[in-house]
Design a protein around this ligand. Structure first.
Ligand SMILES: [Fe+2]
Length: 503
């Protein structure tokens, strides 16, 4: 069974051909060499992020180290804005090991150490490094027990069960990957949780974690008093071993908040959310999202953003008919743009002017015929709001294009539902209209780059089953302008009793 198999609940509209195989996803590192500059998101240098702690190369200490076998070593130092919490992101290429050392301002207090290799993550605490030392790991350090979340041990799975469906990747660093990738460490002293993850900074991408507090009379208590120094951590040292002189050096950024919760994909207006939904964390509200998502939500999520309006109350019916009737406009456009698999096509009807702040047009009416699905793709590190205007669609979410593992069950979206994407959440997805009765789904997608995004990666990358390329770039295009499309559908609908579309 392929390690890239889906959840058993996944309905695969393409059958065999749509299963992501090892060979489809970055099969050979050497194929990617030379792509450093235009690496697909999120594999790029952090040029759009402010306050990057630049790294120094540590020179060999003696002749034997300088004798060719000494790996490149980078070192970066930065501060936690808030004592005892934050997310440290190391952006590095070809690391063979990463050492995170977190210190307090008191030399006599312990330090926290996290050592990451390709196959292991270890958390430790122990004496603080002497001043001026780099890469220090005290010999008398004490191990902090952690675990790999969401992984079911093989001996707990029944023979029929595909255990790989429930696993996350078994490796941690990717020394062979030529892209600059993000590896992150979250320090959460309030909840007493340490987490390590990679690619996108969100809970679903956690690869290893340690829980160091228990609830005691309604408050968290350290399970070992020796962990209390974590409350006072102020400084972070990051050491990368490995890499190449031609690859970008280590970059480190700190975010003030730790990785704690998963924001649900569904958005409700704040006047609709209930206490039960708040307690369950089943939906979120616009105010919890990025400023860019809030702006897009305010633009496309309103009650009057709908297809069927008084001037053309049968617009959605007309689209259904046009998609499902041979010879009519939508089906003709779909067939024209089909390369090899008709079920991989959908229509992009664009609204608004491309002002240079979104991948393609800022607003797109997407039309999804029944049993059609997109490839697994990312979104150019953009922010996005998607509202379902007609029908139903499922959104499947994945870890990254690099290994494309499901991060959980799909969202089942229906007319009126609104969902979101930002540079750290839900970037890699697949939309799939799984209605078997010919029902079409229409969505409005809206996109914006982040205000600090100086890269503007214009393409959506996707896993290309048709050409067997490990990754392809889709340049967001327009099949037709909205005003022209609506007029054409109105005309087509008005002729429905006289038209013989096959003639
Ligand atoms: Fe998408």
């Amino acid at each position: 069974m392929s390690v890239f198999s889906r959840y058993s609940s996944f309905f695969d509209p393409f059958g065999e051909g749509n299963v992501v195989e090892d060979s489809d996803v970055f099969p050979k590192a050497d194929i990617l060499s030379g792509l450093h500059i235009d690496a697909p998101p999120p594999y790029s240098t952090l040029k759009s992020v402010l306050n990057v702690a630049s790294a120094e190369v540590i020179p060999p200490r003696n002749d034997s180290e300088a004798n060719g076998s000494f790996p490149l070593t980078y070192h970066a130092r930065t501060n936690l804005e808030i004592h005892g919490q934050g997310t440290v992101i190391a952006n590095c290429t070809g690391p063979t090991s990463l050492l995170f050392s977190l210190l307090t301002d008191n030399q006599s207090k312990p330090s926290l150490y996290a050592v990451i290799t390709e196959t292991s993550v270890e958390f430790w605490y122990g004496p603080t490094a002497p001043h001026g030392s780099t890469g220090y790991l005290p010999p008398d350090r004490v191990s902090i027990k952690g675990n790999v979340p969401n992984r079911k041990p093989a001996d707990e799975a029944s023979p029929e069960e595909d255990t790989e469906l429930t696993t996350m990747p078994t490796t941690f660093l990717r020394p062979e990957m030529p892209y600059t990738a993000r590896y992150w460490l979250s320090i959460d002293h309030k909840n007493g949780i340490l987490r390590f993850g990679r690619d996108y900074t969100n809970l679903a991408l956690t690869l290893y974690e340690a829980t160091l507090k228990v609830e005691d009379q309604g408050v968290g208590r350290w399970i070992d008093d020796n962990y209390a120094f974590i409350d006072n951590l102020t400084t972070v040292n990051v050491q990368q071993k490995g890499g190449s002189v031609t690859a970008p050096p280590l970059q480190v950024v700190c975010q003030p908040l730790p990785v704690v919760e998963k924001l649900p994909p569904i958005i409700l207006p704040s006047e609709s959310i209930t206490l039960d939904q708040l307690a369950l964390g089943s939906v979120t509200v616009p105010a919890n999202l990025s400023a860019e998502c809030q702006r897009l939500y305010a633009t496309v999520a309103g009650a009057n953003i709908e297809l069927d309006t008084p001037d053309f109350p049968e617009f959605s019916q007309a689209i259904e008919r046009s998609v499902n009737t041979e010879g009519l406009l939508c089906q003709k456009m779909l067939k024209k743009k089909t390369k090899s698999d008709y079920r991989n096509t959908y229509l992009r009807i664009t609204l608004g002017v491309d002002v240079g702040n979104s991948p393609g047009a800022p607003y797109v009416l997407e039309i999804w015929p029944a049993m059609h699905a997109s490839p697994i793709h990312n979104h150019a590190d953009s922010h996005a709001i998607i509202k379902v205007l007609h029908g139903k669609i499922k959104a499947y979410y994945f870890t990254s294009l690099y290994d494309a593992r499901p991060t959980g069950p799909p969202s089942k979206l229906e007319k009126g539902d609104v969902t979101w994407i930002d540079p750290e959440n839900y970037q890699v997805h697949q939309l799939s209209n799984e209605n078997r009765d010919g029902s079409v789904c229409c969505t409005i997608q809206s996109y914006s780059y982040g205000k600090d995004d100086a890269r503007h990666y214009e393409a959506f990358d996707y896993i290309n089953k048709e050409t067997n390329e490990f990754i392809s770039k889709f340049m967001p295009n327009s099949d037709m302008r909205y005003d022209k499309f609506k007029a054409a559908l109105k005309e087509e609908w008005s002729q429905r009793w006289t038209q013989n579309p096959k003639v």
